[in-house]
Design a protein around this ligand. Structure first.
Ligand code: ZN
Length: 279
């Protein structure tokens, strides 16, 4: 089945700080960032298909003549990552877990749904374990893995001189954050603590989906993310089994956003239980 949305054109660029732009790309209304330095530019998240990635490069010329030198995929989900193939001649960055994810059956199934040839998908040329940086000329951009949360390979991209932070799907502002089977509900809040640690009262954070937010918004979402983890623990300790947890619990986010994450959270509680001796 082919979804024409994977071939949708990017929306207009909106400048969120000097030389830092965001546009929205369908079918998932994902935010794509464009960071412009005096010599080069880079893209944050790449759209849902190789075609869309190439189109984003073209669209960047609407606001800058600087050549695109780099692209970052904040995590492996199709709307952020499938456009990497449009950037194979420049440095591309993703967490070290992403390449295996893109070669998985799950990615192949999503590609088939989108009408994207899985053989055309590209992995990043630079794998990030902890942190990396790109010099765009007069502007240094930092890329960091602050911990697991929405996925096991979430990256944030920071433009220190502009006080802008791209958070990927660790934060969402158009609706609740999305918990998948690949999320880490018990670690997400502490990862957001690290995100908050990089922010000041004036920092503009760009979520994966939705308009820009400030530190206070991230504080609020961090609290609700922590509540999801706490509720999974409480229900598990009360003897409620995973299939009944959604009904039995009190949740800060709508059911479709957290159903798969509750299962993942239960699984991770089981897997994470330590017994003595530890050595
Ligand atoms: Zn995602």
């Amino acid at each position: 089945m082919s979804q024409p949305g994977s071939r949708a054109e990017p929306g207009p660029w909106r400048e969120v700080a000097g030389g830092v732009y965001v546009c929205v790309v369908q079918p998932a209304s994902v935010n794509v960032g464009l960071i412009v330095g005096s010599d080069f530019a880079m893209v944050v998240d790449t759209g849902s298909s190789p075609w869309q990635g190439r189109l984003l490069r073209h669209a960047a010329r609407e606001v800058t003549n600087a050549a695109i030198q780099a692209a970052v995929a904040t995590h492996w989900h199709y709307d952020h990552c499938f456009g990497l193939a449009g950037f194979t001649d420049v440095s591309t960055f993703a967490h070290e877990s992403v390449a295996a994810r893109l070669r998985s059956q799950e990615a192949a199934a999503v590609a088939a749904d989108l009408g994207v040839e899985v053989s055309e998908l590209a992995v990043a040329s630079r794998e990030v374990a902890v942190a990396s940086a790109v010099d765009l000329g007069g502007r240094r951009v930092e890329i960091a893995h602050l911990g697991r949360g929405h996925t096991d390979g979430d990256l944030v991209v920071v433009v220190p001189d502009a006080n802008v932070l791209f958070a990927g799907d660790l934060i969402e502002s158009d609706s609740a954050p999305w918990y998948g089977d690949d999320s880490f509900p018990h670690e997400w809040a502490s990862t957001l603590d690290s995100v908050i640690g990089l922010m000041t009262v004036d920092t503009v954070a760009i979520p994966g989906h939705g308009g820009p937010v400030n530190r206070e918004f991230v504080f609020g979402q961090r609290g609700r993310v922590a509540a999801v983890s706490g509720e999974i623990r409480r229900l598990s300790e009360a003897g409620i089994r995973a299939p009944e947890a959604l009904q039995a619990g009190s949740w800060p986010f709508p059911a479709p956003h957290i159903t798969d994450g509750i299962d993942a959270g239960y699984r991770q509680l089981e897997g994470g239980r330590k017994t003595l001796p530890l050595i």
